[in-house]
Design a protein around this ligand. Structure first.
Ligand SMILES: Cc1ncc(COP(=O)(O)O)c(C=O)c1O
Length: 462
């Protein structure tokens, strides 16, 4: 979470006043704990009023995270706010639902033996990535030690487009991060380049099923084939982790012929965010291993459960149980057919909107929304008097949050806008967005020179 730190950005202007003046005529300190109590209604009103200044999450086309759940889901979550996920003994049914979800996901992702399913819920894909990476690192260490070889210099291979959670994993757990840069029109990892970076110290290769930058699927099968080839030539047996934060809850329903999951023997683990295309409010994620052998037992901790011992693997201890109950509810409610319908609709909205934006004239599509329901687009090269950052600002005036950002190494020259379509963004809203974009173009076209660039726009983090 955001770290308050003396080296962080200066306190925002709106926080300058140290005192909050309430409509009851009283004053309360903004930055210190008040010495007096306050009526809950008054406190509620203050917090509520301040939160009105936050953006409208439904118009936030930057986020992959669920911004709408139906009233029954909300009711269920409210019923579970008091449940702590770790208290397996007190809340055995919440624990049982977690186990059922793991089994369902193992099955959905074609684990070889669903009766042996191995995995857990997490706070999101970031925690899941830490657990997946730790398992790969520990497996590699055990193997190296068994072979009498040094185990102190691990590395992990991935594309430069990975989400920041992989930078964190490599930094926190001291693993060298080896990244395949972008090249030309290739905005994610290539199998050939990934295999080139591998050596005997590689704990694993990360493949992303749907890149955060542009929604494209990375070629998981080709990566596995390149690593099979490497094993045949050099004897290196390197596992693959699939970061399916978004795509692992899209591809099974919309792309059944795409082979990316445990059908590939080299895929050791898969993570997803239940709170993205799993359709649950934040924060819940899932990590599933292909079998128990892929998760070294010395990483497991045991907690009391109905007088028995239950294995756990997590970075934190206490965690809300509501999200897990909600995930189980959505699995029950939608089933395979429901997810297929909901995500199929989102993909239709995404591909249609992408097509229409592509036809407007000044834009060029980088992706079409036909993998994740997400697409990125840039301005044509001959447009010099306004930038994607100006377009993002113009849309902001209509309340739409469409982020603009620059690409990483070797495509730092490329700046793009990205639209994430979620199930609560319908065709009607998509038309309104398109109309607003159209209405801004004449003004932008008349603009003599760019106003905003990556240095004047607030940074967008993937
Ligand atoms: C590919 C990928 N991996 C990991 C994450 C981190 O997920 P979470 O926000 O669930 O921690 C994201 C978030 O957007 C992502 O897109």
């Amino acid at each position: 979470m955001a770290l308050k730190h003396p080296k962080g950005p200066a306190q925002r202007k709106r926080d300058v006043a140290d005192t909050i003046f309430t409509s009851w005529g009283s004053e309360v300190p903004r930055h210190e704990l008040s010495s007096e109590e306050m009526d809950p209604l008054a406190a509620y009103q203050i917090v509520h009023d301040e939160l009105m200044l936050d953006g409208n999450s439904r118009l936030n086309l930057a986020t992959f995270v669920t911004t709408w759940m139906d009233p029954k889901a909300q009711e269920l979550m409210a019923e579970c706010f008091d449940k702590n996920m770790i208290d397996k003994d007190e809340y055995p049914q919440t624990a049982a639902m977690e186990m059922r979800c793991i089994r369902m996901l193992s099955h959905l992702w074609n684990a070889p033996d669903k009766d042996q399913s191995t995995g857990c819920s997490t706070t999101g894909s970031s925690e899941a990535a830490m657990l997946a990476g730790l398992a790969l690192k520990r497996r590699w260490q055990h193997k190296r030690k068994a072979e009498g070889k040094p185990a102190d210099n691990p590395n992990m291979v991935m594309g430069i487009n990975v989400q920041v959670c992989w930078d964190k994993f490599c930094n926190y757990w001291e693993v060298e991060m080896r990244q395949v840069p972008m090249e030309g029109d290739r905005y994610h990892i290539s199998a050939e380049e990934a295999a080139k970076l591998c050596d005997e110290n590689t704990i694993g290769v990360v493949a992303i099923l749907g890149s955060t930058f542009d929604g494209s699927y990375e070629p998981v099968m080709e990566i596995c084939e390149a690593l099979d080839d490497l094993q045949a030539k050099k004897g290196l047996d390197i596992p693959v982790h699939v970061d399916g934060a978004s795509g692992a809850m899209v591809a099974p329903f919309l792309d059944p012929d795409l082979v990316w999951d445990f059908r590939l023997p080299r895929v050791a683990s898969i993570n997803t965010s239940g709170h993205k295309y799993g359709l649950v409010y934040p924060g819940v994620g899932w990590i599933i291993w292909r079998d128990a052998d892929a998760l070294p037992e010395d990483l497991i901790f045991w907690v009391n459960y109905l007088g028995d011992n239950m294995p756990t693997f997590a970075l934190n201890f206490s965690r809300p149980g509501a999200q897990v109950a909600a995930q189980y509810y959505v699995f029950l409610h939608l089933g395979f057919a429901g997810y297929k319908r909901v995500h199929g609709y989102s993909r239709k909205v995404a591909t249609n909107l992408a097509k229409h934006i592509g036809e407007l004239g000044p834009f060029e599509l980088l992706t079409k929304g036909d993998e994740l329901p997400v697409f990125a687009f840039k301005l044509k090269d001959d447009i010099k008097n306004y930038t994607v950052f100006d377009v993002s600002r113009a849309l902001r005036e209509h309340s739409w949050l469409v982020p603009a950002y620059t690409f990483p190494k070797n495509r730092e020259d490329l700046a793009a806008l990205r639209v994430v379509i979620r199930h609560d963004f319908n065709a009607d809203m998509s038309e309104m967005l398109l109309e607003d974009l159209k209405s801004e173009l004449p003004r932008l076209e008349k603009q003599p020179a760019p106003v905003h660039d990556s240095t004047t726009s607030s940074a967008f983090h993937h």
